[in-house]
Ligand binder design. Sequence first.
Ligand code: ZN
Length: 486
Amino acid sequence: MALSDYEPVIGLEVHCQLKTRTKSFCACPVVFGAPPNSAVCPVCLGYPGVLPVLNREMVTLAMRVALATGSEIQERSVFARKNYFYPDLPKGYQISQLDRPLAVGGHVPVRTSGGERPIRLSRIHLEEDAGKLMHEFPWDDVPTGASLVDLNRAGTPLIEIVSEPEIRSGDEAWDYLNRLRRIVRYVDASDGNMEEGSLRCDANVSVRRKGAVPLGTKVEVKNLNSINHVRKAIEHEVERQAGTLDRGGAVVQETRLWHPETGTTRPMRSKEEAMDYRYFPDPDLGTLEVDGEWKQGVAESMPELPDARVARLVLQYGLPLADADTICLSRPLADWFEAAALAHPSNPKGVANWLLSELLSRIGDADRQAGRVPLAPAALARLVARIDDGTISGKIGKELLPLLIDSGKDPDELIREKGLVQVTDEGEIRGVVEGVVGANPQQAAAFRAGKTQALGWFVGQVMKASGGKANPAIVNRLLKERLEQG
Ligand SMILES: [Zn+2]
């Protein structure tokens, strides 16, 4: 038996923090990095006698994600209390949705070796976040080994997006999460930042013999703090489970934690596998009704979705699919590109090439996501236009780029200032050609004797002598004429 004899069956549960101003059921602000317990009130602290008031914006943002994934928004859904005890949950229950979620169905397409395939969603439901336990802190008056509780996060709006177990590899999970993250960002529902915890993912992983119908025993993998970790953890877990079965063992149903330092999963202290949360409908909130008008309003406010935008960029600007896909990584980046492309409409492909090869390589992922390109769209458009109209060569353009970025000047101004206008005057270039050929009679003789690659050497010399400003096409032509003359 080998790994290839087994089929991985993977489902992902993604918790996504919604970008509301205030919490789910109170008016406390949603803040990241504020002093501990500075954004709390009796409602999110779970004091007795308080009443929750549903944040309408939370539902609206969740509906945007549902519409973007083709998930069907339910006219009526129900909040339920999930009861358990933990120090970060002062109420003793989390408000969530169980058997009547906000939205059901939908899909996220993933790229596989066999083309694109939709991964179906089983549901999208609303819930509130818990607080946070702190195990490390900057204060030295805390006894060793103690943990402190910060409840700023308690009550923060979340959605949980649950996929069907249709993912078949770590790569597919990686693509699924990237696509999902792009969607929640495009519709402005979430920052989608896994490192900061606004996107969190648990993976349900099992394997079965290829061709077998019954599902294998499922293991839940937690502590996946980046999309790359999800991929690695799944790959490891699939191998571990297949290896166990191969040796005649049995996979234990359990929750395992991913340990990035060792690249392995280890069982979490197994306390309760079948924990009884004693769900029941929250009597203070009851049924959530979404009428046609609300849904219509949200539908009308939806932006162009990422896949549609990629397709449009291919069509409208003639970009290769992969380039359009990279540019549509985030809405601000795609907006940046379109502003530049529209400023130089005769060569959008050239603009895209410069953006992809020269500009994006200078910035990290966070800046790409935020569209923080270190040059104004109009400046890149102008630069490409000056190359296209022959004012400067592409080589000079590349040299100019860091100066443009540093100075923030207009390309035309900088070209004038630096005296970089390309020389297209044939008389002038011919003069340089004469000088170079005259000074190198041996090379010239070699060329005439059939060593044609000497031409390239001469071009380099002439370009150098002209300070890189001579038009290369003219240099080539004049050199050839001159050398063939003898
Ligand atoms: Zn509060």
